[in-house]
Design a protein around this ligand. Structure first.
Ligand SMILES: Cc1cc2nc3c(=O)[nH]c(=O)nc-3n(C[C@H](O)[C@H](O)[C@H](O)COP(=O)(O)OP(=O)(O)OC[C@H]3O[C@@H](n4cnc5c(N)ncnc54)[C@H](O)[C@@H]3O)c2cc1C
Length: 459
């Protein structure tokens, strides 16, 4: 029997092959779940599309009924979305097509594909995408928001590796957008997020990476200050674009799903990925390895291993985070970070990291998209687990305090993919880029049909 809620959407259900779910459906809770379990997404209905045609039907239906459409793949960045109650949460999970063209070094991924589905077969062919630290993040959201990964200092942002985007725009039309077709929209999509339509597939460059030298150095947590200062001096002296490093302090929660050797333990960790051979890589990281870690995991690995290097969680978890792009962080900045997140600070945050940026991530070249480059030497991300609703405010406060401590070194812009709470989207762009993005939003989505995590709009 149809509930009154599902009866309301029976016409949409009759128009698509996928599923329309409303409150009361057995699969309702699973279908609206975000990656961060602290978010309680309550849309008017969830539409699990089965095809690009379903997407087009859903967009037309929503436009006719005065509803908005919130495209979502994995829900890794569900936090900033506001206004779901009048929206269809359009889940793209079923759009899983992945094709690797080895000769052309190109990939095609469906709008709901996750990075593992691309990185694993690409890796077998000696190729790598510009994916990030997690295998379970969606290709679409990551690419539309910029995309900072282990190979970024050498090859730039994933957004700028896109060669074509297929999407359903607000008029319900499925379009193929690339350098020669709707050039302005192609520019906007590469950094402007999910404001311009529902992406059904993306095509992008892959890079020749048969193997690379990568790993982690684990140090006792108590050595955090010595280790992070040494790493900061090492990075500040200048490194080749082929080498990307991350410095972090971690306090691993005592969860049963975490392997016993590290469960409940705390460390200072230095990680790196080097596009080159073992001898050169070992020589490059020698100053870090000579600090004398408890554990050194560096080795030659296939590029698919980059998806596990950061040890990001694969399964949904409740968490609270903050982030900031920072420049010219002096050794006082490292002290400020550790005063809020290091030994003796009282922090319970699971992970506080600085990713080194620069190289191709910082370079502007003709033909790039709206997210052309990243202004900042380091990307800070601070996150803690929230294991009861009462903890949320305290954990968020700790994460915000780390970010606040680095405010004197703020680069002046924010990075959308790492903003897990609502912020003014103009803070991601320079004034000219923002103006053009708003104009293109008004042109392609005049009624603000699409509800993105980060909204490009006037106010
Ligand atoms: C564990 C973890 C690790 C991460 N590592 C990195 C990293 O290394 N580098 C990095 O840059 N970022 C990283 N991120 C951030 C990540 O890139 C963002 O959260 C990104 O928005 C996730 O995209 P998604 O499609 O998985 O998430 P979703 O929450 O599904 O999507 C986020 C937004 O993207 C848009 N979107 C998604 N799919 C579509 C579509 N088909 N059509 C139109 N719009 C769409 C929508 O506006 C949506 O609200 C990480 C996040 C987590 C949780």
């Amino acid at each position: 029997m149809l509930t009154s809620q599902s009866a309301k959407f029976s016409e949409l259900q009759s128009r698509i092959h996928g599923q329309v779910l409303t409150e009361g459906d057995p699969a309702w809770d699973a279908s609206r779940q975000a990656f961060n379990l602290t978010y309680d997404q309550r849309p008017a209905a969830v539409v699990r599309v089965a095809s690009a045609d379903d997407v087009a039907e859903t967009v037309r239906y929503a436009a006719q009924r005065g509803l908005r459409v919130a495209p979502q793949g994995t829900g890794h960045n569900a936090g900033p979305i506001q206004g779901l109650e009048n929206s269809l949460l359009l889940r793209t999970d079923a759009l899983q097509e992945v094709r690797i063209d080895v000769a052309a070094r190109r990939a095609r991924a469906g709008g709901g594909a996750r990075w593992a589905a691309v990185a694993d077969p690409a890796s077998e062919a000696g190729l790598a995408p510009l994916s990030g630290s997690s295998r379970t993040v969606g290709v679409a959201g990551y690419s539309l928001g910029g995309g900072v990964g282990w190979l970024g200092r050498k090859y730039g942002l994933q957004a700028n590796a896109l060669t074509a985007v297929e999407l359903v725009t607000a008029d319900g039309e499925l379009r193929r957008i690339d350098r020669d077709n709707e050039t302005d929209l192609f520019w906007a999509l590469r950094g402007g997020g999910g404001n311009f339509g529902v992406v059904t597939a993306l095509e992008f460059e892959l890079f020749a990476v048969p193997e690379l030298y990568a790993g982690a150095l684990f140090f006792p947590y108590e050595r955090s200050s010595e280790v992070l200062h040494a790493w900061h001096e090492y990075v500040s002296a200048g490194l080749p674009d082929e080498l990307t490093t991350v410095g972090r302090v971690v306090q691993i929660p005592p969860l049963p799903e975490i392997p016993e050797p590290i469960r409940g333990k705390s460390f200072a960790i230095l990680q790196a990925a080097y596009l080159g051979n073992q001898a050169d890589g070992a020589e490059l990281i020698r100053p870090l390895a000579e600090l004398g870690p408890e554990l050194n995991t560096f080795d030659m690995v296939p590029p698919s291993a980059l998806g596990s290097l950061a040890m990001d969680p694969d399964a949904p978890l409740p968490s609270a985070s903050s982030s900031r792009l920072v420049s010219d962080v002096s050794s006082a900045g490292i002290d400020a970070l550790l005063a809020t997140a290091g030994p003796g600070s009282g922090s319970s945050l699971a992970n506080v990291e600085l990713r080194s940026l620069g190289g191709a991530l910082a370079r502007r070249t003709p033909g790039q998209g709206a997210c052309a480059s990243i202004d900042g030497d380091y990307l800070l991300f601070a996150v803690g687990g929230v294991f009861s609703p009462e903890q949320y405010g305290a954990v968020l406060g700790q994460a915000a305090a780390v970010s606040e401590a680095l405010a004197p070194w703020d680069s002046g812009v924010r990075y959308p993919n790492f903003e897990e709470r609502k912020v003014d989207a103009r803070s991601f762009f320079d004034a000219d880029t923002w103006r053009l993005l708003r104009a293109l939003r008004a042109e392609w989505d005049p009624g603000s049909l699409f509800l993105a995590n980060h909204q490009i709009k006037d106010s």
